[in-house]
Design a protein around this ligand. Sequence first.
Ligand code: SF4
Length: 249
Amino acid sequence: MNNINMVKGKIHSYHTLTAIDGPGLRFLLFLQGCPLRCMYCHNPDSWLPEDFKEERAAEEILEMFNKYRKICSGGITISGGEPLIQRDFLSELVHLFRAEGIHTAIDTAGSIPLNDSMQLVADTDLFILDIKHSNTEKYHELTGGDLNITLSNAKLLSDSGKKMWIRYVLVPGITDDIEDIKKEAEIIAELNGVEKVVVLPYSTLGREKWKKLNYTYQLENVEPPTKELIEMTKKIFRDAGLPVSSGNS
Ligand code: SF4
């Protein structure tokens, strides 16, 4: 690959040995920048593109990965922020890793259209796609974004024969309406290639970061969902014939 043409990625952070963001033990890279503003975001410090920690070319990421290659045998997962916001860098990165025979996964809210990124789609083994709400208005209230973009991307991935894990964050009072969950189940059931559906219970993990950044955390009085609510949600998904994960991964 020609270094002169390489786009540098704006990096938020990286971790090794994550076991929940794709199959096997993995290298997890967080890219900087996100167009959404999810009320429960754990990483509000990843929102602004200019707040990146460092810039790296795809080949430099591969060099970093290679130091951990034996233990991160599952491959690489690229998350964010919203990794699709750095589409050119992301495309180079997955292309390079794929050429090296390394499993590639993208963890995304699908908030940026993929229809002109078919090479990126082809080079990615697994999409971990958040469908954060099934109702267009409530999706917008929760995230500031447009559900239709995510749904178009989900259909494109389904039609392209890609493997997907779908994630649903369960937030009491926001995503726990039974009809909304049933609708979510219907949406997912229409997709091909869904290997796993993960129900993620809302957690207050990001709250302190919001305060540090002087952002107003709107879920101050929201508690994590009860075990019963989590089980009820999973049952709705299971009853729709979906492959629901038993844990958080
Ligand atoms: S898509 Fe992810 S990074 Fe972006 S605001 Fe939502 S939770 Fe945060």
